[in-house]
Design a binder for this molecule. Sequence first.
Ligand code: BES
Ligand code: MN
Ligand code: ZN
Length: 490
Amino acid sequence: MKSTFRAQDPAKHACDLLLLPVFGAALKGRSQDLDAALGGLLTRCVAQGDLGKSAGATLLLPVQQGLKAARVLLFQCGTEGTLETLREGLTAAFTLACKSPAKSLALLLSDAQGTGYEEDGLIVEAVLAAHYTAYRFQRYLKDPKPVAATSLALLQSGRASAAQQKALARADALARGIALTRTLGDEPGNVCHPTYLAKEAQRIAKGHAKMSVEVLSEAEMKRLGMGAFLAVSAGSAQPGKLIVLRYRGGPRTAAPHVLVGKGITFDTGGISLKPGPGMDEMKFDMCGAASVLGTLSAVAEAGLPLNVIGVIAAAENMPSGVATRPGDIVKTLSGQTVEILNTDAEGRLVLCDALTYAERFKPASVVDIATLTGAAVIALGSPATALYANNDALATALLSAGEETGDRAWRMPLWEAYQKQLKSNFADMANIGGREAGSVTAACFLARFTKAYPWAHLDIAGSAWRTGGDKGATGRPVRLLMRYLEAQCA
Ligand code: BES
Ligand code: MN
Ligand code: ZN
């Protein structure tokens, strides 16, 4: 979807569908002019209750005369005019628009300005909602049904300011990053394997002068001593890869922010095999990795003035005659040993070595993103990503980024009291901590490998994809990460 600003009288703008935001019972500003041109039709629809009062209500009206638009879509953003109700309204409106035959869309921007959010808020939310609702994953359909809408005109009275142009460009970059993350997540495990992720990283790096990529093979990881990582990919015919994607947007000497992604391209559980029902969803076990690639491509496209490094631990967790057994003991890159009591707790095994590897970058911060535990889904469901951190300033920065964007996280404890659950009789630690507090003990395991830098862990098992009839990757937490990194530039 191509978005552009247009300084034009909305009554004279020719388009297939004109989207008009409504705030509570009132039509504002230029909507009133449109209403007059339509002989009071819009006021009547709102007054009669044809358009509901709560945020997200919509009403589609064909236009016979008075306007150049073929249809008008009223959408309710609520009386409060908060960012949250605005999002609800825009999502409902664009969902409908993307299901309609309308090719050219227009949104009346000026009416919504001066409500409870910053000036650029509406632009960013509109562009993101348009892209988000236009997303389809139809690569494998014989008869794909593409969304008709291809353009969005943002209508306002005056010419767009430089700040508005920048907001639009950043929103476009972010929207493309989110779409990339969703596409990679939705790709099946037979296509999206570790080598595929490595090729995607190379493709992204090729598109930007300030990016470079390095891919470590299993042989190189063996030489380094990444025994935990290799124990996970041991059972798979697909070789594991450690992918390092660098973006140099800041001064040479500035310490980089490192994002580490769990990239299990399919998680069968290994010898500790998962039950059959729903196992297909374990193709989403690389959504952390996908969010790292999506964020880095957005950061590069937006040209943020800082250094960011993505580290992706890509492997497939399979059972086989050469797979890791429960009870096996491995040595991690840190030198600590791990007794693998459950081969299904594999995410922490690939991550611990990737996190130790990250030390070499002397990072300003390290954030890992992982679909790490079913327990995180039980604890918080889909509204919140579980956040753990060994540094309060970093935790606060991530929580704020989540609140500001609606891509929210909630902080969980990393207390020493949980560490004892990881005791092993035969190695420095076990890779599981028993039934209680499963998301916390997984984070506690990672904490043993992240003492050298400010670190946070995002367990996105509940937020990265939707299950059920609407099954698919959400693109979270790319928005949170992008906002976090933008804040680090200031
Ligand atoms: N990828 C899963 C976590 C997961 C499970 C995410 C279900 C979303 C939905 C992870 O590798 C895993 O299997 N974790 C185990 C850990 C357990 C063996 C300690 C889990 O959560 O059951
Ligand atoms: Mn697992
Ligand atoms: Zn997993």
